[in-house]
Design a protein around this ligand. Structure first.
Ligand code: BG6
Length: 486
């Protein structure tokens, strides 16, 4: 352990949990390897259960790191020297006092809440009592902030009672992904797209976040939330906002976040009358994913349950730019491939000068932005087919492609974990990639409306086979003359 006591301190609440071991500690290790961590940073992992000394925790972290990637033992020694483990119940005054003692003097304190949202409010109160929420403190809240608008407001109020909004960093790890940030660059650093980014030229937008994994051990959390609250309320609405927002006055926290809130406010609410036609809920049954047999969701949970593991929504943004352009959102577990893709489907040319077979060849332009696992941008453009057939000129769509992997390969770029960027921004105090209070509450307002409409209209999850693209009705949702890109 380092003997410095007055430098920056990062506290990981839920320090022995899944998020910490799989994402946060590996991110910190990677930042340390790249010498991007503040030199004297100390990391205190807090969890309720006691460990047999610091060494046992260090061994757990070492194992988690090596499971992920090969590690450099010299970097590990430097990193391990920063780590401390504290067994404490942070909802209690004693726990918070123990933490205050462990933190000691510090020039900056970041406290990361990697625990259940039901603990956010009591922990805030205990931290406040223990004097840990002064002006040098930043609170970092992992999603979900609440389960609905009401619980989200209660958490936000508890946080606001101990620190200011400027000290609050609400995480949506999608915003830390390089490719997601690239959406802003694509739109606002090129002159080409913005004039076309309207209902004059765009027919519809598709946003798909497909996962092959099932829910596994996370079912107690997931079963209470379902795909709508787990993915749509945060990651998918954030992607929608980045595609749909107006150009902000600058790339600074408040300008960007204010534009995103305007989009969220313009989302047309679901009602019982529109719910059935504009959404599909699904739950996976047993099947085969990537060649391997997969259990049904209900079997993982151990009983029949009403949570959806798939959701597709047809959303409308009621503003001048997007009136009449549906945004189709689709996400699910146990789908055939892991893939996050945004598709901007343009309209057809207003009039075809081509006749004969070439007229049938005409396809509308399509911009496909793959965010993961591949990072590619592809613009499908119509071209003449290079032949001299008797039937006259023929056309074909060809991609203009930008492979981000290839472009970055020379720069020695490894793919960063999204949390690396976000943790660095916490240390630097940059809130651009974090979700503001009104943003998270507006997203809940929309999602609560969908959940309420489902309840009132009796929309229940339909079964789909693990390894399929959700229930068959998901194909129908997108409507005649349109099809999902994948
Ligand atoms: C999390 C959800 O926020 O995002 C998970 O709780 C989901 O259910 C995960 O699997 C997906 O993140 P990524 O970065 O793997 O696309």
């Amino acid at each position: 352990m380092t003997d410095k006591t007055d430098g920056p301190v990062l506290v990981l609440l839920g320090g022995g949990g899944d998020l910490s071991l799989r994402m946060l500690l590996p991110s910190l290790y990677n930042l340390d390897a790249d010498r991007l961590l503040p030199g004297d940073l100390r990391v205190i992992a807090v969890a309720r259960h006691p460990m047999e000394g610091e060494a046992a925790f260090a061994a757990l972290v070492h194992e988690a790191l090596t499971r992920r990637a090969k590690i450099d033992e010299a970097v590990w020694r430097r990193f391990a020297a920063r780590l401390t483990y504290l067994a404490a119940d942070m909802t209690t005054a004693e726990g918070a006092d123990d933490l205050a003692k462990a933190v000691g003097g510090h020039e900056q304190l970041a406290i990361f809440f990697a625990v259940s949202p039901s603990l956010f409010a009591p922990i805030c109160a205990a931290l406040g009592e223990a004097g840990l929420t002064g002006p040098k403190t930043r609170l970092v809240l992992e999603k979900p902030v609440g389960r609905d608008l009401e619980s989200s407001r209660a958490i936000n109020a508890a946080v606001a009672s101990v620190v200011s909004e400027d000290q609050t960093f609400r995480i949506d790890h999608y915003l830390g992904k390089e490719t997601v940030q690239n959406l802003a660059a694509l739109r606002f650093a090129n002159v080409l797209f913005e004039p076309l980014w309207t209902n004059q030229t765009i027919d519809h937008v598709q946003i798909t976040v497909a996962e092959t994994d099932g829910v596994g051990d996370r079912w107690p959390y997931y079963d209470e939330y379902g795909a709508l609250r787990d993915m749509v309320q945060n990651h998918m609405l954030q992607l929608l906002c980045l595609v749909a927002m107006e150009p902000p006055s600058g790339f600074d926290p408040d300008a960007v976040r204010s534009e995103k809130v305007k989009v969220l406010r313009s989302l047309r609410p679901f009602t019982a009358a529109t719910a059935e036609a504009n959404s599909v809920r699904g739950q996976y049954g047993a099947g085969v994913v990537e060649g391997r047999a997969a259990k049904a969701y209900a079997e993982e949970v151990g009983r029949a349950t009403g949570a959806e593991t798939f959701v597709a929504l047809k959303t409308q943004i009621d503003n001048w730019r997007w009136a009449g352009v549906p945004f189709f959102l689709r996400t699910g577990k146990r789908l055939p491939e892991r893939r996050t893709t945004i598709v901007i489907q343009f309209k057809c040319v207003p009039y075809s000068i081509f006749t004969g077979p070439a007229q049938d060849d005409l396809t509308a332009n399509r911009l496909v932005i793959d965010l993961q696992p591949d990072e590619d941008i592809e613009l499908l453009l119509m071209n003449k087919r290079p032949d001299m057939a008797d039937e006259g000129m023929r056309l074909q769509p060809l991609p203009l492609s930008l492979s981000l992997q290839r472009s970055y390969a020379g720069a020695g770029g490894r793919r960063r974990i999204a949390y690396e960027r976000l943790l660095l921004d916490v240390f630097r105090g940059d809130r651009t990639l974090f979700v503001r209070r009104d943003e998270v509450e507006q997203a809940w307002t929309y999602v609560d409306g969908v959940a309420r409409a489902w309840d009132e209209a009796g929309v229940k999850p339909q079964p789909y086979l693990a390894g399929a693209w959700g229930p068959d009705t998901a194909q129908g949702l997108i409507g005649a003359g349109r099809r999902w890109h994948v």
